[in-house]
Design a protein around this ligand. Structure first.
Ligand code: C2E
Ligand code: CA
Ligand code: CA
Length: 531
């Protein structure tokens, strides 16, 4: 009934497996592209800034040098100014100033003009005696930006150097054109010298993706670089392409792993089905000793699986796999059939106890009651008392329906045992909700017994709890006389373990029970027939 649901759910998982690496790939590459854009912006910014600082250094050295010309006439220094000014291509003009009037310059000689008229704007109010200011144009080149560097000396004397903005624009252009950057640079709080896409050609928000602003520590230089969205997309495309093979391989790997996982799961289901069809499963029975009557009044049925190659599969491993792969119900039904088949060999007394392990999933199944009743009906001639061993895990979900089913079965004479008590890491509230008869003390607690007269606090508490709840305690995994005597002393009357008997197959059990039908106290210790 599960098989027609599986393929769709399998396909869904395969799609998810394929998509996970692809989604990770898209996110990772986008993040990487963003980082690339940032790194490129930072690199461009630091390169341009160092150029701007370099030019500033040279301008400052020049104005420093010109301070030596204080008190000299223009005739005296003009040739020198022209020569020095023309040697350095960065300078549009250099000169000296007295009370804000240029008294001698490399471009105009002795022709006097105010500094303000040369830069075509008022001079900034600066606290420092050295400052710089970027301007959109100067008197002799009104449309070409420039940067004025001024060094204020003593007695109204000052020297200046006017750097041509074209050099800065050229640098900015060379650094940014390939990436489509928009760059502005300003000195002092002056004009922003600009290079990039004219504002008129940019379209709204889409244009600017990321902006990096920086400034120099030594000069008042502000630099701002904006990269276009296309730069991010291009970087993304680049990373996408370079990592595509890896993403495809990963995606394929995930698909293959998922496929393999499903194949293994389904092949395990097939193996169990085949095992059932080929009669590879069998049942072993472990006698349970009643200290009060001194007889073996019951057995626990334990499943065994011997594969065609002779290999025995461990019960806890195939049982837990069957539980997780949805095969425990068919397997338990098969177990019940095998017990019915085995029972024909047993000369059992009426009232003999037959314990069967039931998985949680089965309890919740609609056919649970029917399965148990059918089984009981087939054994009716033997009149056994059938005990269902349930783990704590199957009772934690305070399932009202399950509690009702168990109550019904108890009314019909079935008994309920709680298996592996104390190992389920769960609240004990189910002890009040569910109708129970036996409490099976896990082997671990029996193992903890150190001497007959000593104390075993957890075990003692469990025994007391069983007494308080009026449940009969069954000790599992009893392997020696010391454990037996301790349990006897503490009032545990049902003993199961290698000390009395190992699990054995049906034929062996029948002979064994006949041998041990009289009350006995000595250990038997027969080997397990299979497993
Ligand atoms: P369990 O229900 O606690 O079964 C008792 C286990 O303890 C059995 O292991 C038994 O062979 C082992 N045992 C008994 N006396 C001693 C002893 O003195 N010393 C030691 N060391 N072990 C002892 P087994 O048969 O290997 O089964 C393991 C588990 O597999 C069972 O634990 C049970 O949870 C599960 N199982 C076995 N058969 C079935 C089955 O038919 N249905 C379900 N649902 N589970 C089963
Ligand atoms: Ca059990
Ligand atoms: Ca147990």
């Amino acid at each position: 009934m599960q098989t027609n649901v599986k393929p769709r759910h399998e396909i869904l998982w395969l799609v998810v497996a394929a998509l996970i690496p692809i989604i990770l790939y898209l996110v990772f590459t986008l993040l990487e592209a963003q980082q690339m854009v940032k790194r490129q912006l930072t690199l461009t910014s630091s390169m341009l800034m160092s150029q701007a600082v370099n030019i500033s250094d040279r301008a400052r050295a020049m104005t420093e040098h010109l301070q030596n010309y204080q008190g000299r006439s223009c005739d005296e220094i003009r040739d020198n100014l022209q020569q020095t000014g023309s040697l350095d291509p960065y300078f549009r003009s250099i000169g000296v100033v007295q009370n804000n009037i240029v008294t001698c310059s490399s471009t105009f000689g002795a022709r006097q003009a105010s500094l303000e008229s040369i830069i075509r704007r008022p001079l900034p109010v600066e606290e420092s005696d050295r400052w710089s200011l970027s301007v959109p144009g100067t008197i002799n080149a009104s449309n070409r930006p420039a940067v004025l560097f001024l060094h204020q000396g003593e007695d109204g004397f000052a020297s200046y150097a006017l750097v041509d903005g074209q050099y800065l624009i050229d640098f900015m252009w060379a650094a940014g054109v390939r990436l489509g950057y928009d760059i502005t640079m300003s000195f002092g709080d002056g004009f922003a010298i600009f290079s990039g896409v004219p504002a008129s050609r940019r379209s709204g928000d889409e244009w600017g993706y990321s902006t990096l602003d920086s400034h120099s520590d030594r000069y008042k230089i502000m630099l701002s670089i904006t990269s276009p969205r296309s730069e991010l997309l291009q970087s993304w495309r680049q990373v996408l392409l370079s990592l595509l093979p890896m993403a495809l391989i990963l995606s394929l790997l995930f698909i293959m792993l998922t496929h393999y996982w499903f194949k293994r799961k389904s092949s395990f289901r097939d193996e169990i089905r085949r095992g059932i069809a080929h009669d590879e499963f069998s049942v072993n029975y472990q006698p349970i000793y009643n200290l009060k009557t001194q007889t073996f009044g019951g057995v626990e049925a334990l499943m065994r699986w011997q594969r065609a190659d002779g290999h025995w599969v461990r019960p806890d491993s195939f049982i837990s796999a069957a539980e997780s792969e949805g095969m425990i119900i068919p397997l338990t039904r098969h177990l019940l059939k095998l017990i019915v088949r085995d029972s024909s060999q047993w000369p059992l007394e009426p009232g003999f106890h037959l314990n069967i392990n039931m998985a949680a999933e089965h309890l919740q199944h609609d056919d649970f009651l029917q399965d148990i009743r059918d089984f009981s009906a087939q054994l009716a001639h033997l009149q056994p008392i059938i005990t269902l061993e349930l783990t704590e895990r199957s009772l934690i979900a305070e399932d009202h329906a399950v509690a009702l089913k168990l109550a019904e079965l108890r009314n019909e004479g079935f008994k309920i045992a709680i298996d592996d008590f104390g190992t389920g890491h769960c609240a004990l509230s189910y002890l009040q909700t569910f109708p129970l008869d036996y409490l099976k003390i896990d082997r671990g607690f029996v193992n903890a017994i150190e001497s007959v007269d000593g104390e075993t606090p957890v075990l003692d508490t469990i025994i007391q709890l069983a007494n308080k709840l009026k449940l009969k305690a069954v000790a599992e995994g009893v392997e020696n006389a010391m454990q037996l005597h301790y349990l006897e002393k503490h009032g545990v009357s049902f003993i199961q373990g290698y000390y009395f008997a190992r699990p054995m197959d049906a034929a062996t059990l029948s002979a064994w029970l006949q041998q041990h039908s009289a009350p006995m106290t000595a250990p038997v210790g027969e080997p397990e027939h299979a497993g």
